[in-house]
Design a protein around this ligand. Structure first.
Ligand SMILES: [Fe+2]
Length: 369
């Protein structure tokens, strides 16, 4: 369709929104398709009642791990994507077992803890705020040195790729030199020091586990070459893009791309400094995507009553945007201080009953100020 406009409109999205009005973006294909910006008297999040299954959700999934011990719990899922919580303790058993996922690549995000990942390619280290990317079928062992909580994002229909850097060039967002590569020598030294023997390999395929047993240590690689291997990326090594003049869409913060979803990382950054620039996320309907936001750390000023470890789900089909309190408090702010992971899914996500059990049921009311 061709560009058309009438009544009040702005010549630059997210800037010079008329006083006392609100801008709402309605767009297809995430932030890349046909889009319109509506100037409205009041935000569309001012609903007084919602009847029916479509609503914004807020969950406290890390509560599921607070029972202690170890475990894994599916949170959100569809045919392309599974988002789970995984919690592990430092235990010698982790140095006896490996895991291989035949259903897809797994991107672990370390919410809490620290430790090592052993693999046939060598050892990776992780700490809080680290992404660990394990391509499909690569055998690995997560070996916590501290109690660890991960968000595990399983990609069932493609492989994780880096985002297009376009105009800003291939060293923007994160430099490939900043990725953590597996270290075979360090792993062999650690195996010798701990006298570890990984002899049991658990393989997941079509969501069923098969157990392979070996009579000698499995990780016996003498060397390797190639461009397929597990790696890490720490949020400290992600350089967020920003414009001091106009708010950039969430897609500017894309970290990994899959066929049916993207993973974005929101990091602390200065706020826009132009007087007429919108400084909070704009109200929008990203019509084609279900949006999951995991609040990892910091001060989440665009939402009320939030703490680290919470997770929201804003399904496609209704507008969302900042809470009224954030609109007021942003006037005194010069920077954001939040670290959050967003998973934008092209296809609707189902909610696991276990996640529903830690839902904050009144979240839909929270835009009423
Ligand atoms: Fe959104």
């Amino acid at each position: 369709m061709h560009l058309f406009f009438q009544g009040l409109f702005t010549k630059q999205a997210h800037k010079a929104i008329p006083d006392g009005c609100y801008e709402e973006e309605q767009g297809l294909k995430g932030f890349f398709g046909p889009v319109s910006h509506l100037i409205k008297r009041q935000p569309s999040t001012r609903w007084t009642k919602i009847d029916g299954p479509l609503r914004p959700h807020m969950f406290d999934p890390v509560k599921l791990s607070e029972k202690g011990g170890e475990g894994a719990q599916r949170l959100l899922y569809n045919a392309n994507l599974n988002i789970s919580l995984l919690w592990l303790q430092p235990k010698p058993e982790h140095r006896t077992r490996g895991f291989r996922n035949g259903d897809g690549d797994v991107l672990y995000f370390c919410h809490q803890g620290a430790g090592e990942v052993w693999s046939e390619y060598g050892m990776l280290k992780y700490r809080q705020g680290e992404y660990i990317n394990i391509p499909k079928c690569l055998t690995h062992s997560l070996i916590p040195s501290e109690p660890s909580v991960f968000l595990a994002i399983e990609n069932c229909t493609s492989h994780y790729e880096e985002p297009e850097r376009g105009l800003v060039g291939r060293h923007a967002l994160y430099d490939s030199a900043a990725l953590g590569r597996p270290d075979l020598e360090a792993q062999n030294a650690r195996v010798a020091e701990t006298k570890a023997e990984v002899k049991e390999i658990l393989v997941k395929r079509l969501d069923q586990i098969t157990r392979f047993e070996y009579d000698a240590h499995y990780y016996d690689t003498l060397g390797w070459k190639g461009d397929l291997y597990p790696y890490t990326l720490h949020t400290d090594n992600i350089m967020p893009l920003m414009s001091h003049r106009a708010h950039l869409p969430p897609s500017a913060h894309t970290t990994f791309v899959a066929r049916d979803f993207v993973v974005c990382t929101f990091l602390p950054r200065p706020l826009e400094t132009d007087k007429d620039a919108l400084k909070v996320p704009f109200y929008h309907q990203n019509i084609d995507y279900d949006e999951v936001l995991f609040y990892h750390a910091g001060d989440f000023f665009s939402r009320d009553n939030l703490h680290a470890g919470m997770m929201s789900l804003h399904p496609m089909g209704f507008p969302h945007g900042p809470h009224p309190k954030a609109m007021k408090s942003v006037a005194n702010k010069t920077e954001t201080n939040e670290v959050a992971v967003m998973i934008d899914s092209r296809w609707p996500l189902n909610i696991d009953p276990a996640l529903e059990s830690v839902e904050l049921k009144d979240y839909w009311k929270s835009w009423r100020g």
